[in-house]
Design a protein around this ligand. Structure first.
Ligand code: PLP
Length: 448
């Protein structure tokens, strides 16, 4: 409660603007996740590793727009390239050399990506990848992990963090609609397994194999904080997909290019059949992509090589627009170099170590998980392996931590325990130490 009061005292302009916006923009935001209690901080601008609000406060930013900003905010090289493109036109409909500039790095980074198409968001990328899996197999059902988020399209909203009291038992979860307006046929086609439980996937394949088009999974769950695959989980999914002849789809919208240059597929050493991408590949410009094995991608109608194929649609006015393509090419080809990955990984480890020391010194219950540029603190000693484990964490405690950090001018991650921190190429060792010092200052209050 004290941290909430302090938050309010520091951000009166944000509170006023939130009140005003709510009267004509639902919840005052354009993605419902962005609304939280008491009200969001309203941004003025962002540069490098810092976000500035409309009350004159500045924050060391590790939330980084839900991790899109692996390159940091307003990276000078990217801003310069965008300005060049703006002067050369931002929409042509015609393909251009920029398509090659943007597509090559994705094909180079993912062994699984032989062909690629661009979209405008992660939602579109997942939607098209799953449609392609259905078109390829002629089957309709998709196996997905309970509690994962796969975008704002109807199937993405089935059992995205369902209330556990409505979700049935963990070993036989019931699909739950996360939104009114999702037709009944949608949950019927989503089969739920538990992340880190290959047996739960195998069971569904044994029972419904002939109806299943694909397995959709984030290589690491970055919508449950940071839950990594354990043991041979991803390898088993690869084996099961082969055994039952279903398409393995990695949703790498968040993991892609942030765990390793070639995403979760490279980091964990398992290649899917299709990959859905967005967020960090564009360095802060709105763009997505999906790609994969040649025979799957060739099903897209206007790239049809096999006359017996049924064809799968992919259209979009803004798909592959020059501004987005230039942003992808510069981000992946010029900014996210090997040295950049060394930098973010080293700093992410330094941050995780700093948290571990503070937790030990303060006698807090908690543990830290880190992978590539990503990291997460859970205030429990129990390892989080599944959505059901995640559901048992103490949300109030996590909120107190988050508000306490914001009041100390650090945005450790977006506002709740579903999200993690990102270390960007523009963070410095001094920024990491400032973050850890702020946490040390807060930790004694949290421990009290
Ligand atoms: N898939 C995952 C794993 C995501 O985390 C998200 C967004 O957070 C999406 C898909 C949807 O992406 P977008 O918000 O760009 O539509």
């Amino acid at each position: 409660a004290a941290e909430r009061e302090r938050y309010r005292d520091r951000t009166p302009n944000s509170e006023r603007l939130a009140d005003s916006l709510r009267s004509f923009v639902p919840a005052g935001v354009c993605s419902t996740y962005r609304a939280y209690e008491p009200y969001p901080i309203h941004a003025d601008r962002a540069e490098g590793a810092t976000l500035y609000d409309i009350d004159g406060e500045s924050y060391l930013d590790f939330a980084l727009n839900n991790g899109t900003q692996l390159v940091g905010h307003a990276h000078p090289r990217l801003s310069e390239a965008a300005k060049v493109q703006i002067d050369q036109g931002t929409l042509y409909t015609r393909p251009s050399e920029l398509l090659e500039f943007a597509a090559r790095p994705l094909i180079d980074r993912w062994e699984a990506i032989e062909r690629v198409r661009f979209t405008n968001s992660g939602t579109e990328s997942v939607m098209h990848a799953t449609r392609l899996a259905r078109a390829y197999t002629g089957r309709e059902k998709i196996v997905r992990m309970e509690g994962a988020y796969h975008g704002a399209h109807d199937p993405g909203l089935v059992s995205k963090m369902p209330p556990v009291d409505r979700a049935g038992p963990a070993d036989d979860p019931r699909p739950v609609k996360e939104s009114q307006g999702v037709p009944d046929g949608v949950p019927e086609n989503m089969l739920l397994a538990q992340y880190n439980d290959a047996e739960s996937v195998e069971r569904l394949l044994r029972e419904h194999g002939s109806e299943i088009a694909g397995i959709l999974v984030e290589p690491a769950c970055l919508n449950l904080g940071l839950v990594e695959p354990e043991g041979d989980f991803l390898f088993r999914l690869r084996e099961l997909a082969d055994e039952y002849d279903v398409v393995l789809i990695f949703d790498e919208v968040k993991t892609g290019v942030k765990l390793a240059p070639g995403g979760g597929a490279e980091y964990y050493g398992v290649q899917p059949d299709l990959v859905a991408l967005a967020k960090a590949i564009g360095g802060g410009y709105p763009v997505g992509a999906f790609g994969g094995r040649r025979e799957l991608m060739s099903l897209i109608a206007d790239d049809l090589e096999d006359e017996t194929a049924s064809g799968a649609a992919h259209y979009g006015t803004y798909n592959g627009n020059p501004l987005a393509l230039r942003a992808v090419g510069v981000t992946l080809g010029e900014i996210l170099t090997t040295e950049a990955y060394d930098h973010v990984t080293t700093l992410a480890e330094r941050l995780a170590d700093g948290y571990r020391d503070v937790i030990d010194d303060a006698g807090l219950e908690g543990h830290v998980v880190t992978a590539g540029s990503q990291g997460m603190v859970y205030f429990t000693d129990k390892r989080i392996r599944t959505f059901r484990d995640w559901g048992a964490i103490d949300e109030e405690f996590h909120e107190a931590y988050w508000l306490g950090m914001v009041n100390r001018n650090v945005l450790p991650h977006p506002h709740d325990a579903s999200q993690q921190w990102t270390v960007s190429v523009q963070h410095t060792a001094a920024d990491i130490d400032t973050h850890v010092t702020a946490f040390a200052d807060l930790a004694s209050d949290l421990a009290a």
